[in-house]
Ligand binder design. Structure first.
Ligand code: CS2
Length: 473
């Protein structure tokens, strides 16, 4: 079978004149597109989300939205996309059926750790207008700041205008965090550069949403069947997507341009961001940890379990929604439960459970603190926190081992083993980690006692047994 590339795509287009509902191809002239976007964190999520928005803009005839896709460390995807001329196939699966799309927005790829000069030069290139980022929670540190600041310094030295730098990571106030990081690094090297960044560049907060599981060989086989071409970079996603971004662009006209491709441009993203971080990501983390210990491989398997389905509904309705301001919360919740149940996604619980020590503070703690402060119950999140502590034993309820991927993994697993069987000792040791729980929660007797209560129950009857007790309570 021929490999996907510009040449084989051109043949496919010639062989299938006219548009097909089940297979969408990039009909625009990819040779003419300029690299207008430098994307840091080339991975499945970017390719099924922002890159498809840029693809839609290119398809409308706006040639400014080609992407340089930058892997931060890993070379595999960047190097697999290069011989495919940046092309890849996306399978979009929903209750209405499946369709495929070959996306054309990625013009070039490279790897920041291997080719930093190429990234810096691209940030400083005249055609570049945006930098987008999906680098994950753990990457917001000095390495990222140095790369961006070098690029912005070169851009300023070249006498060019500013950029829109849009963080698309699941962080509260992601744009503000990115701005702070860049300005602090710029201040250290050159105060004038910091002034230039403040005056010329914007860092809009944004909320991005689409469930994009890690790509598998099944996606590759399905894509080959649909297109007749072998695509080593095929991936799958759901039909739902949302990108809500604050009206804060280096080029103010971009608001209308993005809106024309289905992006929601708002004055304040916070209500959307908080609802998504809590209800989608917060539920995801709880589901993933339960699924890992209960040996349920995917999110769809988890929500097919009646007690977990009840749990997620209760977590959202009883504990999270009262704190949130998004206008359509009940409909948003119901849509989320349907999205989680999508059987085509096969979204692995262990993928979501990775880096939980960084995700928990962003996804659960706002809710826990707000509710404790007003004397309200936090039972579902105390339960989920106990499940996390149980999960750190790295074996499921049948005693089968699994791997834990987390920057604090070794330390957390050592603590879990050290206090194995001792719920109070485990909770005390785990809550003493301020990067996960902050400083106030370990001293809160209500929180400590409820987490300990649920960890004891889990130790006695397993996660499934404890969950049915939570439901019956
Ligand atoms: C997930 C997210 O892996 C995870 O932690 O919760 O990747 C989630 O699928 C996306 O944020 C959905 O928009």
């Amino acid at each position: 079978m021929r490999a996907l590339s510009q040449a084989s795509l051109d043949e496919l287009k010639a062989a299938t004149p006219g548009k097909q509902a089940s297979l969408q191809l990039p009909h625009y002239d990819r040779q003419q597109m300029a690299v207008g976007v430098v994307h840091l964190g080339l991975g499945a999520f970017h390719r099924a989300h922002q890159a498809l928005v840029f693809d839609a803009l290119l398809a409308k005839g706006d040639a400014r939205w080609g992407v340089l896709g930058v892997g931060m460390h890993s070379t595999a995807l960047a190097d697999a996309l290069a011989p495919q001329d940046g092309l890849y196939t996306v399978q979009v699966a929903s209750a209405a059926g499946r369709r495929w799309q070959i996306a054309g927005a990625v013009r070039q790829t490279c790897v920041a750790a291997r080719e930093p000069q190429q990234v810096i030069a691209a940030i400083a290139a005249p055609s570049t207008r945006w930098v987008t980022l999906t680098v994950t929670e753990k990457a917001y540190g000095p390495e990222l700041a140095t790369l961006l600041v070098k690029g912005l310094a070169a851009r300023r030295a070249a006498g060019l205008g500013g950029l829109t730098l849009a963080s698309c990571d699941n962080l509260t106030g992601n744009g503000h965090k990115l701005r702070q990081l860049c300005l602090a690094a710029a201040q250290q090297s050159d105060a004038d550069l910091a002034t230039w960044i403040t005056a010329r560049c914007t860092f809009p907060n944004s909320m991005v949403d689409r469930i994009v599981p890690a790509a598998t060989l099944q996606h590759r086989a399905d894509a080959a069947e649909a297109t007749g071409l072998d695509d080593a970079c095929a991936l799958g996603t759901e039909s739902f997507w949302e990108w809500v971004i604050e009206r804060d662009f280096a080029d103010p006209l971009d608001a209308g341009v993005l809106a024309s491709a289905g992006v929601t441009v708002v004055d304040e993203v916070l209500p959307f961001e908080q609802a998504k971080l809590c209800m989608l990501n917060g539920s995801h983390t709880a589901i993933a940890l339960m699924g890992a210990v209960m040996s349920l491989p995917t999110v769809a398997d988890c929500v097919a379990h009646p007690d977990i389905h009840w749990y997620v509904h209760e977590l959202m309705t009883g504990v999270m929604m009262p704190q949130l301001r998004r206008p359509d919360l009940p409909a948003y919740r119901d849509a989320l439960l349907e999205r989680f149940a999508n059987p085509d996604l096969r979204h692995k619980v262990h993928q979501i459970a990775s880096d939980s020590s960084l995700k928990i503070p962003l996804r659960w703690l706002g809710t826990v603190k707000a509710r404790l402060a007003s004397g309200q119950q936090v039972e579902p999140l105390a339960f989920a926190s106990a499940v996390w502590m149980r999960y750190l034993l790295a074996e499921d309820d049948q005693g089968r081992p699994y791997a834990i991927s987390d920057p604090l993994g070794d330390r957390l697993q050592a603590l879990a083993q050290q206090h194995r069987g001792d719920a109070a000792g485990t909770v005390q040791a785990m809550l003493a980690l301020p990067s996960v729980w902050g400083n106030a929660l370990p001293a809160n007797p209500q929180w400590t006692s409820r987490v300990t209560f649920w960890l004891e129950r889990i130790q006695a009857v397993g996660v499934a047994g404890a969950l049915s007790q939570l439901r019956a309570a």
